[in-house]
Design a protein around this ligand. Structure first.
Ligand code: DON
Length: 587
């Protein structure tokens, strides 16, 4: 009989007591992806996926649908879907054009390096995650408008219709949402508007009750009418700033007016596998994930990977993750303000050198692994950056969705409030505000509050800087054609969950749903442990321990909502993550 898994909370905020073991739950999981002849939307919430399909069926393209999904999830998935946060959108159009939209939040103008340090020199662990002081300048609305204007075909007001309807008329509270709100009660009730809206004025929401959000509906309508300008310099901006001024936050009207989303070059790398040529399109900094995924895939290029029942395959991937995370901690930061050695970190000759440090029989101790000296092929190695610690956090939330339309345009998007329900503060304009400030190095040498990340000085708090992120929307091409759209929430585990989905599809040739259902593991250098989902067999754990690994069991790692393309029929294969009731809807 499978053991009952006990931990405070799993990687995305689900209390352990809420589920039996994943082994038991996994028996009920779908084995087959949802097939659609034309188009597919995969998100955390069925209503969110349906909002995307509605827009596609009205003639919108994948970007129109993605923007509709993002606004709809801001209503129905308040833990992570947002207009008060930020994120990334990776677009690959059927004509081959690609783009990475960075609408990550930035630190307000009055932010300082030591703003979370108390007079006694210690880190104020609450201030960077709860309440107004933890809020960075939101980027979502500007990013979504930019995506729509650049690659969409519909008007903002049209794609926002489903979201406005869901906010105004309400939607049926799911058991998942009711449970989540119950768990967040103690923090949400500290903020009167959060308490009124999300805790039903203290009465708490029950499954199947209708949650209406009239203030949010009004805000969405103003945005639909006036565009992103409404959010950054209109009535919404004034409402947010008035709240902030009363409550010790930093964001000003100038901060909002100055916010700019950025279009960045997509990171790309080519591989050969299964007699096909693959291209990985992924996220550049300020995501740390794309660099990590390419570095890892490069290191694994010549490693025979068989399956996750095979201890050697797990060993090699875990050792790869260990090294990639050591580099992440040392080198990754906002590329507009730091010189991130992307070319060196993603160079195949550097990967070969790093792979050569792996002992194929024994676990390496993380004490012996330091950030490498990344260098482009033929170039002289640069000096290593400061070696710093990354440790695993528990309990936060973020959401990833994927869209493919009938023409073959594809969107992978991950966006977040950082923690589940962000700062837990709801503005008078009816939406939750992020606590993304905690993704900065809040105090050099001391773990940040949410993920226990001790990161490099390059990620220190400074006005206008973007905090380092792990979000990694990723798209794969097979022989030049769209093949797989993926990404995940999960803090640092985003990188492992996304990497494993890519390996499962590209290297192991799994079916789309199997690639998502397959058990996941994560190693992030420090702490020196492999985190393994709890349905890995006992025998794998024993074999890894015999090789010197410390194994820690864990509930869920990541929530990957992916779409594969059937190479023979061209059908869209919607593979939502059953770990937390993801939903793929297609036609
Ligand atoms: O950008 C990041 O890396 C974090 N703010 C993401 C947080 C997260 O994924 C929490 N998820 N479960």
């Amino acid at each position: 009989m499978a053991a009952f898994f006990l931990t405070a909370r799993d990687s995305c905020g689900q209390a352990a007591a809420e589920y039996r073991t994943r082994s038991e739950a996994a028996k009920q999981w779908p084995r087959q992806a949802v097939r659609g002849a034309k188009a597919m939307v995969a998100t955390d919430e069925e209503v969110g996926s349906k909002a995307g399909v509605e827009i596609l069926q009205r003639g919108g393209n994948a970007v129109d649908a993605a923007v509709a999904v993002a606004f709809a999830l801001a209503v129905v998935e308040p833990a992570a879907g947002n207009i008060g946060g930020g994120g990334f959108m990776l677009v690959r159009l059927a004509d081959g054009r690609t783009s990475f939209l960075d609408y990550r939040e930035v630190a307000p103008g009055a932010a300082t390096r030591d703003m979370y340090i108390k007079p006694d020199g210690k880190l104020d662990k609450e201030a960077s995650v709860i309440g107004y002081k933890s809020v960075a300048v939101p980027g979502t609305v500007a990013g979504l408008e930019l995506a729509l204007k650049t690659y969409g075909t519909m008007k903002l007001a049209e794609v926002m219709e489903p979201a406005i309807r869901l906010a105004e008329n309400g939607f049926a509270v799911s058991e998942k949402l009711a449970g989540e709100l119950q768990r967040e009660k103690n923090t949400l009730e500290r903020f009167p508007i959060s308490r009124r809206i999300f805790l039903n004025d203290g009465k708490m929401w029950k499954a199947e009750e209708t949650l209406k959000q009239p203030e949010l509906a009004a805000t969405l309508k103003r945005i639909a009418r006036n565009g992103a300008e409404e959010f950054y310099s209109g009535e919404t901006a004034r409402m947010v700033v008035a709240d902030v001024a009363k409550s010790g936050g930093l964001i000003t009207l100038e901060d909002l007016a100055a916010y700019k989303p950025k279009v960045r070059e997509v990171l790309r790398a080519k591989y050969e596998s299964g007699a096909h040529e693959w291209e990985v399109l992924t996220s550049p900094p300020p995501s740390s994930g794309g660099v990590a995924i390419i570095e890892a895939l490069n290191m694994l290029k010549d490693v025979p990977l068989k399956s996750w029942d095979d201890v050697e395959s797990v060993h090699m991937v875990a050792e790869t993750m260990r090294r990639v995370f050591a580099d992440r901690a040392a080198y990754l930061a906002d590329p507009d303000y730091s010189n991130v050695p992307v070319a060196g970190l993603t160079a195949s000759c550097y990967a070969k050198e790093l792979a050569g440090t792996i002992d194929v029989q024994r676990a390496t101790s993380s004490k012996e692994v330091h950030a490498g000296k990344p260098h482009a092929c033929g170039a002289v190695a640069a000096g290593a950056g400061p070696s710093t610690l990354v440790s695993l956090g528990e309990g936060p939330h973020t959401t990833h969705f994927s869209v493919v339309d009938a023409a073959g345009n594809a969107v992978a998007s991950t966006y977040t409030l950082n923690d589940s329900y962000g700062s837990h503060v709801t503005s008078t304009a009816g939406f939750l505000l992020n606590d993304e400030m905690d993704d900065f190095t809040t105090q050099p040498g001391v773990p940040n509050a949410l993920f226990g990340l001790v990161q490099s000085d390059a990620n220190a708090i400074a006005p206008g800087h973007r905090p380092l992120s792990s979000m990694t929307p990723t798209i794969l091409l097979r022989d030049g054609k769209l093949s797989f759209v993926t990404g995940s929430p999960g803090g640092p585990t985003i990188i492992s969950a996304t990497l494993l989905s890519v390996i499962n599809w590209m290297r192991l040739g799994m079916d789309a749903q199997a690639a998502i259902n397959a058990p996941r593991f994560h190693h992030q250098w420090l702490p020196d442990q492999i985190f393994m989902e709890d349905d890995f067999p006992e025998s794998t754990q024993k074999a890894l321990e015999a090789r010197g690994f410390t194994v820690k069991r864990r509930g869920h790692i990541g929530l990957v909502n992916a779409i594969g393309i059937d190479a023979k029929t061209g059908e869209r294969l919607g593979a939502a993550d059953p770990r937390d009731k993801g939903s793929a809807v297609g036609y």
